[in-house]
Design a protein around this ligand. Structure first.
Ligand SMILES: Cc1cc2nc3c(=O)[nH]c(=O)nc-3n(C[C@H](O)[C@H](O)[C@H](O)COP(=O)(O)OP(=O)(O)OC[C@H]3O[C@@H](n4cnc5c(N)ncnc54)[C@H](O)[C@@H]3O)c2cc1C
Length: 447
C-alpha cells in the first residue's frame, strides 16, 4: 500500500553542484539584462522569503533548518523570459529552484544548495478558458482558475486545500484535493498540455501534450520548469456544502464511508473528531464539542446524505451553496485541520499521511499507535485517506509507528523528508536528459 519507503534520512548532499560567488554575481548581471533591475533581488528579506515553505508543519524538518538558503531570486513577468533565465543559469552553472506560492509541505521548494530561485507568481495570466480545459501561466492561483471555470459553467477537475497556491506548484508538488474522490491522486489525466523549459544551454519552451506531458507532473521541478499548463475542466455541478455533526468521530467516520458511495460522487468529504474541530475557524456549521463531517455534494444527493448522517446518529447543521462556500469548505480540508491544530498548540503535534479503509475499520488501533493520536479523515478515490496527528517527542517515535500502522493495513507517506517521493528512479532518468548538469532544484535524491 505504501508508495515509497518511509525514509529517515536527513537532508542529502547528493548532487551538490559546484559553483561559487563569482558565478552568482555574473548571473545577477545576466538577469538584470534579461529582467531589468526590478526583476532580480539579493536583498536579505527577499532571500529569506524565497528560502521558506510550509515545512514548518514537520518538527523533524524544522529541526533540520535551515534546509537551504538562496543566493539570488528573480521574478520573470512573461513566459518568454523563463527560457532566457534558465539559459543564463545553465551557462553560469548555477542551480535554479522554481517557486510558486511556497506552500509545499516538505521542503522541496527550499533551495538546498542555494543558487537562484525563480519566483513564478508574476506569471499569473489565464490564457484561455476552452470547452473542457483551461490554459494558464504557471503562477496563476488555483482559486483564480476555479473562478474562471465557474464563470463559463465549468469546474476544475481538482484543486488543493491551499487554493491560493499556484498551478505550477500544484502540478509539480501537490497531489490531491477537492475533486480527488472522483479523479484520484497525483493528477492522473488532469493535465492536457505543458509548456516546459529544460535546463539546456539553448533552452526554449517545449510543448508537451497528452501522454507526453504526464511524466513531468509531480516532479518537484527537477526535470523541467513548467511555464504554462492546460488542465481539464468538466461541467459545473450544482454543489451544496453540507456541514454535519456527530456525538463522536466513530460515528462521523462511519458516515463518511457511506457518503463515499453516493452517486453522483461527492467532490470532497472531510471529517474530524471534536478536538480537531474545535480548532477550525469558528463556524455555526461546526458546533463545539461535536465531531464534524463536511462534504461538497451534488444537490441531487443532499437528502440521501442527510439520511446517512441521521442513521449514524448525526445531524445536518447547515447547507450552503456558491463558489465562495465551496472554496471555504475546501480550505479546511486535507492538511489544513493539522495546520490549525499546530497553530493552536505550536511545537506539540506532528502528522503522518495515511491511507486505507483500515483507518475507519480499525480506528481505535490506528489512533493508539501514537500518543494523543487523532485522525483527520478524507474520503479518497476508492479508499479512505487522512492525516494521523500525534504528540511529538522525537523522530524515533514518529518512525517507530510506521511498521505498526502498516501491520494494521494502513499505507503511510512521510511528510518529514524533502526528496522526490514518488517514482524517484523514473524521474531521475527523465532529469538525466532534461537537466544533464543537475541544476534544477538539486538535493532531491537520496542516492
Ligand atoms: C496547510 C496546507 C495544506 C495543504 N493542502 C494540500 C492539499 O490539499 N493538496 C495538496 O496536494 N497539497 C497540499 N498542500 C501542499 C501545497 O500547498 C500544495 O501542493 C500547493 O499546491 C503547492 O503549490 P505552491 O504554488 O505553493 O508550490 P511551491 O510550494 O512553491 O512548490 C512546490 C514544488 O513544486 C515546484 N514548482 C513550483 N512551481 C513550479 C513550476 N512552475 N515548474 C516546476 N516546478 C515547480 C517547487 O520547486 C516545489 O518542489 C498543503 C500545504 C499546506 C501548508
Amino acid at each position: 500500500m505504501n508508495t515509497t519507503p518511509v525514509t529517515m534520512a536527513p537532508a542529502s548532499e547528493v548532487g551538490r553542484p559546484e559553483f561559487g560567488r563569482d558565478d552568482v554575481d555574473a548571473l545577477a548581471d545576466d538577469l538584470v539584462r534579461i529582467l531589468g533591475p526590478r526583476g532580480v533581488s539579493a536583498l536579505p528579506r527577499a532571500l529569506t522569503r524565497a528560502s521558506k515553505d510550509g515545512s514548518g508543519m514537520s518538527p523533524i524538518l524544522t529541526a533540520q533548518q535551515p534546509l537551504g538558503r538562496v543566493d539570488l531570486v528573480c521574478y520573470p513577468k512573461s513566459i518568454s523570459q523563463v527560457p532566457a533565465v534558465v539559459r543564463a543559469a545553465v551557462r553560469r552553472g548555477v542551480p535554479v529552484t522554481t517557486r510558486g506560492k511556497g506552500t509545499g509541505n516538505y521542503g522541496q521548494v527550499v533551495p538546498r544548495f542555494g543558487g537562484l530561485v525563480m519566483d513564478t507568481t508574476s506569471l499569473a495570466a489565464i490564457v484561455e478558458v476552452g470547452d473542457g480545459s483551461i490554459t494558464a501561466e504557471a503562477g496563476a492561483r488555483m482559486i483564480t482558475l476555479e473562478q474562471a471555470a465557474w464563470d463559463t459553467g465549468q469546474q476544475l477537475w481538482m484543486y488543493p486545500s491551499t487554493a491560493q497556491s499556484t498551478l505550477g506548484g500544484f502540478l509539480a508538488g501537490g497531489s490531491a484535493g477537492t475533486g480527488t474522490i472522483v479523479h484520484g491522486r497525483n493528477h492522473m489525466g488532469f493535465v492536457a498540455a505543458l509548456d516546459v523549459v529544460y535546463a539546456h544551454e539553448d533552452a526554449e519552451i517545449v510543448c508537451l501534450t497528452g501522454d507526453d506531458a504526464q511524466p513531468l507532473v509531480h516532479t518537484y521541478g527537477v526535470a523541467g520548469v513548467i511555464a504554462r499548463a492546460t488542465v481539464r475542466l468538466e461541467p459545473l455541478q450544482p454543489w451544496r456544502c453540507v456541514y454535519t455533526s456527530f456525538p463522536d468521530h466513530h460515528a462521523a467516520f462511519g458516515a463518511a464511508m457511506e457518503v463515499r458511495d453516493v452517486s453522483p460522487a461527492p467532490r470532497l468529504c472531510s471529517a474530524d473528531g471534536a478536538e480537531i474541530s474545535s480548532h477550525l475557524p469558528s463556524d455555526e456549521g461546526i458546533p463545539a464539542g461535536r465531531a464534524s463531517l463536511r462534504a461538497i455534494v451534488d444537490a441531487a444527493v443532499v437528502d440521501e446524505v442527510e439520511a446517512i448522517v441521521q442513521r449514524h446518529g448525526g445531524r445536518v447543521e447547515i447547507v450552503r451553496d456558491g463558489l465562495q462556500n465551496t472554496m471555504r469548505l475546501s480550505t479546511i480540508s486535507y492538511n489544513h485541520p493539522t495546520w490549525w491544530l499546530q497553530k493552536a498548540q505550536p511545537d506539540r503535534w506532528f502528522h503522518m499521511e495515511v491511507q486505507g479503509d483500515a483507518l475507519v475499520e480499525r480506528l481505535d488501533e490506528v489512533e493508539a499507535v501514537y500518543e494523543g493520536g487523532m485522525l483527520h479523515l478524507e474520503v479518497g478515490h476508492g479508499r479512505m485517506f487522512g492525516m494521523l496527528n500525534g504528540i511529538y517527542r522525537d523522530p524515533d517515535t514518529v518512525y517507530a509507528g510506521v511498521p505498526e500502522l502498516e501491520k494494521l493495513g494502513v499505507g503511510v507517506h512521510s511528510p518529514h523528508q524533502s526528496y522526490v517521493d514518488l517514482d524517484a528512479d523514473r524521474i531521475k532518468a527523465i532529469a538525466a536528459r532534461t537537466d544533464p548538469q543537475g541544476l534544477l532544484n538539486p538535493g532531491r535524491w537520496l542516492s
